[in-house]
Unconditional design. Structure first.
Length: 124
């Protein structure tokens, strides 16, 4: 496994951590202390905010898991990959693509996320 695949594996371990204690450890293993995460719905920085963001997503989609789709592509300190949020029934209501930058120690310094598929919200 190369440095990009390792970073993405740790990324998914954090997003799929089953409880707050595991999530805290996984976030620390995956991200630098001052790391940032930005997507159309969120902009957070640091381990506490990252863990809170992940907790919110897991509460919104209980029983779902983030899964890599395709392969991880990387060069220099940057990687890109696509993912789906998949339920036990195979449904994947959310999908996206992320670009991350790595610090010298291989942990994630920043993530820029793009949502390719999101569930329709309630209509008025």
């Amino acid at each position: 496994m190369n440095q990009y695949e390792t970073a993405v594996t740790r990324y998914f371990e954090a997003w799929n951590a089953p409880d707050p204690a595991h999530r805290e450890k996984a976030v620390a293993a995956a991200w630098t202390e001052d790391a940032s995460y930005t997507d159309p719905l969120a902009e957070v920085r640091g381990h506490d905010q990252l863990a809170a963001l992940i907790t919110g997503a897991r509460e919104q989609f209980p029983g779902f898991a983030f899964e890599l789709t395709g392969t991880v592509d990387g060069h220099h300190d940057t990687a890109r990959f696509s993912w789906e949020l998949r339920g036990a029934d195979g449904a994947a209501p959310v999908a996206g693509s992320d670009v991350l930058t790595l610090a010298g120690d291989g942990r994630i310094r920043s993530v820029f996320g793009f949502l390719d598929r999101v569930p329709a919200g309630p209509t008025a």
